[in-house]
Design a protein around this ligand. Structure first.
Ligand code: SAM
Ligand code: CA
Length: 219
């Protein structure tokens, strides 16, 4: 899986990073700490973390959801963009992965903004709905198991306020979505891409950025 911007050749990609990337030192350190992890390819690209932080700031987001934390780079990026009293509900099933990120969240001074829930994300999101939190979130990032994306999209749409934003990761799936499906993941992403494109509940754009990033704004 590509974790960098798909369409840029190496020299241009390096130029973009050199002229755009602004990382907190703990973001750089967390990338370094994740580099040797066997699943390091799951981490979002740094320019994507910066982009999502920009979106969260532009929206004045206070309450955010993340589905798929891994070692915590995207959570750190968004948490840094939230106000002091902002909250990120961070959903993952792996203590092994997420525990790697917690010291970096602490040193960056944002651990108090991150509410990590270790449980299947659909269960956590349903519990939020049961607790009466529909319409209370500003921003959501979907980046966990691809075959469950459609369910996450539906749950998150209920939790977002009108004007709230869903960011869906890997919607180009290293280019595989443009070809006959080679896996359940590809099939799931193709179906969701078609659904979001036709979905009158949202304004949307599929950006050919990173591994494909879809923005869907709840109407
Ligand atoms: N956003 C992360 C980052 O920037 O480093 C990468 C997330 S990684 C692609 C996907 C994560 O989804 C893994 O950490 C995995 O444990 C988690 N995951 C898989 N199935 C899940 C489920 N049913 N509920 C919650 N998290 C799940
Ligand atoms: Ca991803």
């Amino acid at each position: 899986m590509s974790k960098r911007t798909l369409l840029a050749e190496d020299g241009l990609y390096d130029y973009v990073l050199a002229h755009s990337l602004r990382e907190h030192p703990e973001q750089a350190a967390l990338r370094e700490a994740t580099r040797s992890h066997p699943r390091a390819g799951m981490q979002i690209a740094p320019e994507q973390g910066q982009f999502m932080a920009m979106l969260a700031r532009l929206m004045g987001a206070r309450r955010a959801i993340e589905i798929g934390v891994f070692t915590g780079y995207s959570a750190l990026s968004v948490a840094l963009a939230l106000p002091e009293d902002g909250r990120l509900l961070a959903c993952d099933i792996s203590d092994e992965y997420t525990r790697i990120g917690i010291p970096f969240w602490q040193r960056a001074g944002v651990a108090h903004k991150i509410d990590l829930r270790l449980a299947p994300a659909a269960q956590t999101l349903r519990a939020c709905l049961d607790a009466g939190e529909a319409g209370q979130y500003d921003f959501a990032f979907i980046d966990a198991d691809k075959t469950a994306y459609d369910g996450y999209y539906e749950l998150v749409l209920q939790l977002l306020r009108p004007g709230g934003l869903v960011v869906i990761d890997n919607t180009l799936w290293h280019g595989a979505v443009a070809h006959p499906a080679d896996s359940d993941d590809t099939r799931a992403l193709q179906a969701l891409n078609a659904k979001v494109h036709a979905d009158a509940r949202v304004d949307m754009v599929l950006l050919p950025f990173s591994d494909g990033v879809t923005l869907a704004r709840k109407r």
